[in-house]
Design a protein. Structure first.
Length: 431
């Protein structure tokens, strides 16, 4: 079946789904195959459950006319999404970066929503499956779209820009993450820079944080149309915080902005969102009001006052740059009892132990009462660098949660952070 024929079926359907558990009648089921699963085995079940069609690999047996057999179902999903993108006729903003992608995406969505009907990536659907699903979810009512793109391998962004075909792009930052896949920091820059490459080749424009020498260097080394932004060059000031008011506060253009974001590192995300808004005719006042009203709810820099403690939850992911930024922000808080609970940073390859040692040494600058470190990489780091008296090590987040349940913590300000696979969120109910 040609892609235009499949697209006609898509337009007549209720959308695309790759998971039979959430499949709705009238949707097209695309059977994807991974290392530990094969959606093709659920194709007939999907049809029985009301799927309009099932896109399956050619080896699937059966002559049901609703089975659409293709050589590669994931490739077909991407081709269908790219075809849909070409029909939309609306501006698309592509977003990537080592840290801050989701927060920046949410801020951009909030700002643009003051004037436009905005379609944006939901949750963390930012990989080679999530981006096609995001693009296919953009309806005819949308006036602008924001597509988040994640990467853990060298050519991921190149593949995702082919699907999303952005007119504008923004890289939040580049840092040491997924080094196991990228090989080095230069590999990270090259991979993220593929968004700039796409924009250069397709007459797009890039929103560039000119305060960031890595991003600025990457941008000006290409024949790229740049829309600059930044804290330093835009009459913006980061205002002091306190234990009673730990959220990011800024003065921009002589106007004060109080956010619900924890961490001065979010200032660049704020300025990026305002720059996008400005490009699309949204005033500074409107943009700042939208950002002030935004409350994060995605395990990223959330602050919660429990019955016993103040908890800063940043347990969705971690890498050396985001961990250092979180600790710098935590160090700036004036509080008599500050405790960090950190889980291993994953996928750092041969640099892993040294990067964890760097975090252990940084703890000395944070004015901590205690530090709880979780995971094998931190164990190796402590073994090599030495264990400060205020640091305790735990093998797993379950072990830490059990210790906290046995000896409840009260009256502390606590930072919880770690790679998602460390499941640091397990300690939150004990705080």
């Amino acid at each position: 079946m040609e892609i235009n024929e499949l697209y006609a079926l898509f337009l007549a359907s209720k959308g695309v789904n790759t998971d039979t558990r959430t499949l709705e009648p009238g949707q097209i089921f695309v059977a994807l195959k991974g290392e530990t699963f094969d959606g093709n085995t659920y194709a007939l079940k999907a049809l029985e459950g009301g799927a309009a069609y099932a896109v399956v690999n050619e080896y699937v047996e059966g002559d049901d006319s609703r089975l659409i057999k293709v050589p590669d179902t994931l490739r077909t999903l991407k081709e269908l999404a790219a075809f849909h993108r070409r029909q939309l006729g609306i501006p698309v903003i592509g977003l990537t970066g080592t840290n801050g992608k989701t927060t920046t995406k949410e801020l951009i969505r909030e700002v643009l929503s003051t004037h436009y009907r905005v379609a944006a990536t939901k949750g963390n659907l930012n990989n080679d499956i999530g981006v096609p699903l995001t693009v296919l979810s953009i309806g005819s009512e949308a006036e602008i779209a924001v597509v988040e793109m994640g990467a853990s391998h060298p050519d991921d962004i190149s593949a995702l820009t082919w699907v999303s075909q952005p007119d504008y792009g923004l890289i939040t930052n580049v840092g040491k993450a997924h080094l196991l896949g990228f090989g080095s920091f230069e590999g990270v820059k090259k991979a993220k820079g593929q968004l700039y490459d796409w924009l250069s080749e397709h007459d797009g424009q890039a929103f560039v944080n000119v305060d960031d020498e890595n991003l600025y260097g990457m941008a000006v080394s290409r024949p790229l149309s740049i829309i600059p932004y930044g804290v330093a060059g835009e009459d913006a000031v980061i205002l002091p915080t306190s234990a009673d008011q730990p959220y990011l506060r800024m003065e921009i253009g002589g106007q004060e902005l109080d956010t619900h974001l924890v961490g001065a590192y979010n200032s660049a995300n704020v300025m990026g969102a305002l720059a996008v808004g400005r490009q699309f005719g949204i005033s500074l006042e409107e943009g700042m009001a939208a950002i002030a009203a935004y409350v994060p709810s995605n395990n990223r820099s959330q602050m919660t006052r429990t019955e016993r403690n103040v908890v800063i939850e940043d347990a969705y992911n971690a890498n050396p740059s985001s961990m250092a930024a979180a600790l710098d922000n935590f160090a700036a808080l004036a509080d008599p009892c500050k405790i960090v609970m950190l889980g291993d940073m994953r996928e750092l390859g041969e640099d892993s132990v040294q990067e964890h040692i760097g975090i252990v040494k940084k703890l000395d600058t944070c004015g901590l009462t205690h530090a709880c470190l979780v995971g094998e990489e931190f164990r190796k780091a402590l073994q090599e660098a030495g264990t400060p008296a205020y640091v305790k090590w735990f093998a797993t987040s379950d072990d830490l949660a059990a210790a906290l349940a046995e000896r409840p913590l009260t009256g502390a300000t606590v930072l919880v952070k770690g790679s998602n696979s460390m499941r640091m969120g397990k300690v939150l109910p004990t705080l």
